[in-house]
Design a protein around this ligand. Structure first.
Ligand code: UD1
Ligand code: CA
Length: 497
């Protein structure tokens, strides 16, 4: 159901001092996305009337990111607290909105289901405010939900202001709320900065609602992890770890085998097909899509890759922005740079780098090669150590290798150059001119054999050695000249001169 009467306000103006970073807190990455992107994506399924982000620190950078994600932004400058942030937001909130869902910009683990359930609690309870709370094992640092003897929410008490009794309360404020706007606005205008930070606290507006006997509810999040904010790098690592675990669990549920899932890093938007096996230490990043029945070898890193079904990526391969077609094999230790196209059944082996090149069906480049700006024809065989010399220091040039070509080992193909279908190139060649179809191209010094040369050389060396030894023996017999250090007095005398 679309929440057409609801504006979602994401508070993201704070500095995040404890992150100790030049980067705005909400732009830090966890699970492969910025924190703010996770929050926006959790809000979108509610189909609110409006998604409004309050920006402040690095407002230009944060605005650019949120606007690209389809949200609006409004600037809070300077930042005088969460209550002040809502006063600023008020100007940009749709007049038609009846409810506001207020979400912290760093609550990256929040799920849409939880927001929906909270909104539902608010509506059905006809509340003025509903707080998303959670029971957490270590509540230190958080504001606590104080309830009366009948379990009704009384107040939110900040960590610094807790009494000894209240300190044991484990239900905390997530800083995620739902407000009925006509009830909120008068309290917002009445906020005063009566606290150590001289800030306007949105939590004070909730206290005011309670004082005037308005209904305030708390919806307890089913998974306490969801309300975790991100104030420090340690929190960021926790959030990232939880995301990775969620992602791996979802993939395993859908039929992917992952060995040692705690060692793999799979970004939010990655997809993997059924019966694919992911070995330990693999990273699947960005918008990578892996098909079914594949194997991704240990230590491999795939970024923005498209891998079709039945592909084997052997260990320690580093692949980016490229396509691998069905039944192809890549690795171990291969590198695909952007624009590599490995067609069906082709093999790219150890220490082979491919950039902006098509390796056609069934072609093989198994060892120690560089293929850049090249096209390798069907069933061609690229010998070990083949290099396409694509760069002349100014421009890049293309190499075209035809179908069924055989390139001998240690060949340099100086682009632009074409090797015709079915041709051979002799090992060790430096090819600077086209080779016609079915021809043999040889481009290296012709071999000359000199009979007996090695034996003659050995004899010559043996004779020289013999002479050398004799002359050195003679020298060692004569008394060695030793240059003695001048005596102390002699040295002093010299210095005096
Ligand atoms: C807040 C709550 C606390 C709760 C905790 C949960 C208050 C007074 N306290 O504390 O009860 O347990 O969150 O994480 O609200 N922001 C602005 N403009 C400002 C100030 C803050 O946009 O002027 C934004 C921040 O960027 C952040 C959010 O509001 O996303 C929360 O502010 P923060 O300073 O992190 O509040 P906490 O001290 O963590
Ligand atoms: Ca916080």
């Amino acid at each position: 159901m679309a929440a057409t009467d609801t504006s979602i306000i994401i508070l993201a103006a704070g500095k995040g001092t404890r992150m100790r970073s030049d980067l705005a807190k909400v732009l830090h990455l966890a699970g492969g996305c910025t924190l703010i992107e996770h929050v926006i994506r959790a809000c979108r399924p509610l189909k609110p009337a409006q998604l409004l982000v309050v920006v402040g620190h690095q407002s230009d950078e944060v605005s650019a990111v949120v606007e690209a994600l389809g949200a609006e932004s409004v600037r809070q400058q300077p930042q005088r607290g969460t209550g002040h942030a809502m006063q600023i937001a008020r100007r940009a909130i749709r007049k038609s909105a009846k409810l506001a869902l207020v979400v912290a910009g760093d609550a990256a683990l929040l799920r849409p289901e939880t927001l929906e359930a909270m909104l539902d609690t608010h509506r059905r309870g006809e509340a003025a405010a509903t707080i998303l709370s959670a029971e957490i094992a270590d509540p230190s640092g958080y504001g606590r939900i104080v309830r009366d003897s009948e379990g009704r929410v009384q107040a939110i008490v900040e960590d610094k202001s807790l009494t000894t009794e209240q300190r044991s309360i484990r239900e905390v404020n997530s800083a995620i709320y739902c407000f009925t706007l006509e009830k909120l606005w008068p309290r917002l205008s009445a906020l005063r900065p009566d606290n150590a930070h001289r800030e306007l606290y949105l939590t004070d507006a909730i206290a005011m609602l309670r004082q005037s006997n308005e209904r305030v509810l708390a919806y307890v999040a089913p998974d306490a992890n969801e309300v975790l904010g991100c104030n420090t790098r340690a929190h960021l690592a926790d959030i990232d770890r939880i995301f990775r675990a969620r992602k791996s669990a979802a993939l395993m549920d859908s039929g992917v085998t992952i060995y040692l899932p705690e060692t793999v890093l799979i970004d939010r938007d990655v997809t993997v097909g059924q019966d694919t096996i992911i070995e330990p230490g693999v990273q699947l990043l960005g918008r990578t899509r892996v098909g079914a029945q594949c194997r991704i070898g240990t230590g491999s890193i795939l970024h923005d890759m498209r891998v079709d079904d039945h592909v084997a990526i052997f260990p320690h391969s580093n692949l980016a922005s490229s396509h691998v077609a069905p039944h192809a094999q890549v690795g171990p230790f291969s590198r695909l740079r952007p624009g590599a196209e490995i067609r069906s059944g082709a093999h790219v082996g150890n220490f082979v780098e491919v950039k902006k090149s098509v390796i056609h069906e069934g072609a093989k480049a198994m060892h120690l090669s560089y293929l850049g700006d090249a096209s390798v024809g069907r069933g061609a065989n690229i010998g070990a150590g083949t290099i396409t010399c694509n760069y002349d220091g100014v421009e890049k040039h293309e190499t075209k290798i035809g179908d069924g070509v055989f390139i001998g080992s240690d060949t340099a193909l100086v682009a632009p150059v074409k090797i015709g279908n079915g041709a051979y190139v002799a090992a060790g060649s430096i090819i600077t001119e086209n080779v016609p179809p079915d021809a043999l191209g040889v481009a290296r010094g012709r071999q000359v054999n000199k009979p007996g040369w090695a034996r003659a050389r050995r004899r010559m060396l043996a004779a020289t050695n013999h002479n050398l030894k004799r002359s050195s023996k003679r020298k060692s017999r004569s008394k060695p000249k030793v240059r003695r250090r001048p005596s102390k007095s002699a040295r002093r005398a010299r210095r005096a001169r």
